[in-house]
Design a protein around this ligand. Structure first.
Ligand code: ARG
Length: 432
């Protein structure tokens, strides 16, 4: 006889046994009232999903699934009143960053403190329905250790693809420019010159980075950098990309200004983060090369409304006023042109767990709800090089599955409040 679990019963089960150990991955069958198929762009009714060993073993009708060996003894998860979709992913967060700590306040944060912040934020992110994230820059290699702690089952969190230290020029957006000369403060990822940047890539790889992040222009939140100014020459960018690709790592570039964006695309980066002032030529180049754009079109609202209170520098607020609106317009142009779009939010600049708020902005600025969901699932999976593992509810992939009580195709804001979260077959969240 099949053991039936309504979502209320799972809540009890969760409360008595919480934490993320692989030992909790159970053989289960989900009944999805509706399921968003991100591969066919369809919403399918009454789908059954058979999960074993943390992976998806079958997807189909009740009869198809219940005739599979072992399905009748599985835990039954009744999501018949819900819309089920693949676990979401975010291509750009900083788990170790606290949105209440910006500007000079950051100088008081040690790397161990940042790692503890990361533990809290990893859980918030997972509970928001984000089962995979790229962590694009962390002090030391705190994000690598977060990845290990999550994999070992010590803490609950999403799959983490860590960048370790962001690579950048002396005095650039990825350096730390807050202190005067006599402190000789230099961020860990600073390097100048083609061979020096290659060495940084090798070091990041040595200490566990799974993606390479570098800064190709100035930024909003850094002191003394110009958003429009390119950072690194073509030679340096090319060296970073070549070295990373030799090592089997993808490359994400932080770039707002059009020159930095164009040069980075030409150097062969896999994704452009922010891409705020991307030109028509840049859009064309990205489309031709298959470069993903990871445009954080929500965060501007947080920076402009909360920025002063949380310590964001006045010069940064001035820069944000130039970037926010323009970035949304360029996002719209890129969507219209059919460029590959990732779902990346810069979580940590705004509070972790609010990642889902960006969906409504992406829809407001030109995407259909289905496209926005695809960006955060199958699109990101492709960008991460994990298309066979995550991103859709398909046989053989990890059972990363979430559910909401409405239909996000009708109201995308449903994704701001996720009711059910499963990662690799382990249930982490149920809202009774
Ligand atoms: N980390 C980015 C920077 O400092 C944040 C940019 C946020 N603004 C935006 N409109 N996306 O440059």
């Amino acid at each position: 006889m099949m053991k039936t679990i309504t979502i209320k019963a799972i809540a009890v089960f969760l409360a008595t046994s919480l934490m993320g150990s692989a030992a909790l991955a159970q053989t289960s069958v989900i009944h999805a009232g509706q399921m968003i198929n991100v591969e066919t762009s369809r919403v399918e009714k009454n789908q059954y999903i058979f999960i074993e060993g943390g992976k998806i073993k079958g997807v189909g009708s009740k009869v198809e699934i219940l005739s599979m060996e072992g399905a009748n003894d599985a835990k039954f998860i009744d999501l018949s009143a819900y819309t089920v979709l693949p676990g979401l992913s975010d291509s750009h967060v900083h788990l170790t960053a606290d949105a209440r700590v910006h500007g000079y306040k950051q100088l008081t944060i040690s790397t161990p403190r940042a790692a503890i912040t990361g533990v809290v934020n990893a859980k918030l992110t997972l509970m928001a329905g984000f089962t995979t994230i790229r962590n694009l820059g962390a002090p030391g290699f705190a994000d690598v250790d977060l990845m290990h702690a999550i994999e070992d089952g010590d803490i609950a969190g999403p799959r983490v693809i860590p960048a370790g230290r962001s690579i950048g020029i002396t005095g650039g957006h990825c350096d730390n420019n807050l202190l005067p000369y006599e402190f000789h403060e230099t961020a860990g990822g600073v390097a100048d010159g083609p061979w020096a940047v290659r060495a940084k890539v090798r070091e990041n790889n040595k200490y566990g980075a799974k993606v390479i992040k570098f800064c190709g222009t100035g930024g909003v939140l850094s002191k003394g950098t110009k958003i429009g100014a390119q950072q690194f020459s073509f030679e340096e960018m090319k060296a970073i990309v070549d070295e990373a690709h030799l090592l089997g790592l993808k490359v994400a570039v932080h770039a707002h200004g059009e020159d930095g964006i164009n040069t980075a695309i030409r150097a062969g980066v896999d994704s452009v983060e922010h891409a705020s002032f991307i030109s028509d030529a840049g859009i064309k180049a990205a489309k031709k090369k298959g470069t993903y754009l990871s445009m954080d079109v929500y965060v501007s609202d947080y920076i402009l409304s909360e920025g002063e209170a949380v310590g964001i520098l006045a010069e940064s607020l001035d820069k944000e006023r130039l970037v926010g609106k323009k970035q949304r317009e360029r996002f719209q142009a890129a969507v219209k042109a059919g460029v590959k779009m990732a779902f990346g939010t810069d979580g940590g600049v705004y509070p972790h767990g609010d990642n889902g708020r960006q969906f409504a902005y992406m829809v407001k600025w030109g995407m259909t709800p289905m496209q926005a969901i695809q960006a955060a699932t199958i699109g990101n999976a492709d960008l991460f090089g994990l298309k066979e593992e995550i991103g859709s509810i398909r046989v053989g992939k990890f059972a990363d599955i979430i559910a909401v009580d409405g239909n996000p195709i009708d109201d995308i804001q449903e994704l701001e409040d996720v009711d059910f979260v499963m990662k690799a077959g382990v249930v982490y969240k149920v809202t009774p």
